[in-house]
Design a protein around this ligand. Sequence first.
Ligand code: MG
Length: 203
Amino acid sequence: MKIFCVGRNYADHAKELGNAVPEEPVIFMKPKTALWQSNTPFYYPEFSNELHYEIELVLRISKNGKYIPENQAENYYDAISIGIDFTARDIQAELKKKGLPWEKAKAWDNSAIVADWMPLTEELLRNPIHFSLLNNKETVQVGNSTDMIFSFNKIVSHISNYFSLNIGDMIYTGTPAGVGECVVGDVLEGYFEQQKMFELEIK
Ligand code: MG
């Protein structure tokens, strides 16, 4: 199983971190060990002093493929959820400054949170999807899938030009504006439309 992530897929978020709006999807990966198991505690990473949440819509790949045309991409994913692409922003800033890869900031153990999967219905595919993140009961991020720079189909097609996609692979599709810092004791709650999908306390 592979975990793909799209960076800067919402213009407002790209701007808030001082990045240009990309001309093609920015892709990075997390290893399998990055996936947090919901029955275990989530610990603040000891190497960072600036942990950021990034709430994102996550897709699950349902069919193996490579060089998938955009107009057929819809046949390659069948489930959706929300999750957090946790980021050690201080580490990332340092790496970016030096032009180095992001893995130490993005791909560490438990940095990928994903809630339960929901079947991706025709209705979900054809309508805007709203999602949000609360920190200590206060809304900190609100997303709308129609604000994505690159659509689900574009992302799947683009990734498949470089990497084989396999059943069970996941794609974090980018975070909207409002990313921010969280500290030990914070309680994060993710909502997909009106439905609460996860609650996580930072230990
Ligand atoms: Mg992200």
